[in-house]
Design a protein around this ligand. Structure first.
Ligand SMILES: C[S@@+](CC[C@H](N)C(=O)[O-])C[C@H]1O[C@@H](n2cnc3c(N)ncnc32)[C@H](O)[C@@H]1O
Length: 307
């Protein structure tokens, strides 16, 4: 099985503006597609720190181009701890030349039945990217209030009948707790609206995002990125969800995810970034035809202002 088909590979690494001999971070190593191209461009004197919180991703670093490269370091951590982890590696804030994140899950995670990310396979309803830590999707369905479940389905999945589904979950778990993807599939099959596959994707995506606190991690990561980048350094983020894209867009415009302009005493607007991409870069038709998972991807790139 191919671990992951890299999305917007050349677009993102070109806009990251990799120069030989500098320091870079790939926050989402996965199958290592972006890392491989960064390594190629940064040359022998460069350094690349690659993060991934999934221990299965670490196996990919055993490939020759990673394991034999003295400039490559794998950091088995959530990227929300970017600053702390880099400092532990001896990297000072304000010294990294480029940071790239390609959010969400890899094809490997989606296509490996026992990870429980997909409604296509019968498996334990897990969905944790880091299996050493936190609640599984089943725990979440079995413990959260109806209001909380409604918020998850509605905000993270844009599920049209989020309230109905949330109450159905609560009724169902009183009879028997949720354990498997099949349990959730069965319930959704009774309540779906519109296209069944689309509905299932929305429900599963919402749960995955909540289980892994994907929005919270993104917020922490964006803040740390700004601190760790050198003046003139670049941040490139590929998103697959409208809420994530909005957070990245706001952060690159204003330095905070709410998108509130920061003004100094005299009313001058303070911006920490200049935009490298005024509009998000989207995949070409050829890329989408080759890899349907690229369909909803959006790339935004910004450069830290030189003070
Ligand atoms: C879309 S894949 C990245 C694919 C990679 N760019 C490539 O070309 O092969 C996302 C990867 O990021 C990891 N990931 C997602 N969120 C993370 C987080 N908060 N911290 C660390 N790793 C994360 C996932 O485990 C997954 O392996």
């Amino acid at each position: 099985m191919v671990y992951h088909e890299t999305v917007l590979l050349h677009e993102s690494v070109d806009l990251l503006g990799v120069v030989p001999g500098s320091m870079y971070v790939d926050a989402t190593f996965g199958g290592g597609g972006h890392s491989r191209l960064i390594l190629e461009k940064m040359g022998e004197k460069g350094r690349l720190f690659a993060f991934d919180q999934d221990e299965d991703a670490k196996r990919n670093t055993e490939q020759q181009e990673f394991s034999a490269n003295p400039g490559f370091t794998f950091v088995p951590s959530n990227f929300r701890h970017l600053k702390r982890q880099l400092r532990a590696e001896g990297v000072r804030p304000g010294t990294v030349q480029g940071i790239l994140a390609d959010l969400g899950v890899s094809s490997y995670q989606l296509d490996t039945a026992e990870r429980g990310f997909s409604y296509r396979f019968e498996a334990a309803l897990d969905m944790r990217m880091n299996r050493q830590d936190g609640e599984t999707a089943a725990d979440l369905l079995n413990s959260r209030s109806a209001e909380e479940l409604q918020r998850i389905f509605s905000e993270l999945g844009e599920v049209r009948n989020a309230k109905t589904l949330a109450h159905a979950v609560v009724r169902e778990r009183e009879k028997l707790p949720f354990r498997s993807t099949g349990d959730l599939l069965e319930l959704c099959s009774k309540h779906y609206m519109g296209d069944r596959m689309r509905y299932l994707s929305q429900v599963f995506q919402a749960l995955r995002m909540e289980v892994n606190d994907e929005l919270g991690a993104l917020e922490d990561f964006l803040k740390d990125s700004l601190e760790m980048l050198a003046p003139g350094g670049r941040l490139a983020v590929i998103t697959f969800h409208s809420l994530e894209d909005r957070m990245v867009k706001n952060f690159m415009k204003t330095g905070n995810i709410q998108g509130e302009m920061d003004q100094d005493f005299y009313g001058n607007i303070r911006r920490p970034w200049t935009l490298v991409t005024k509009k998000p870069v989207e995949p070409s038709q050829t890329e989408v035809a080759r890899n349907t998972r690229a369909r909803s991807s959006k790339l935004r790139v910004a450069q830290k202002i030189e003070s």
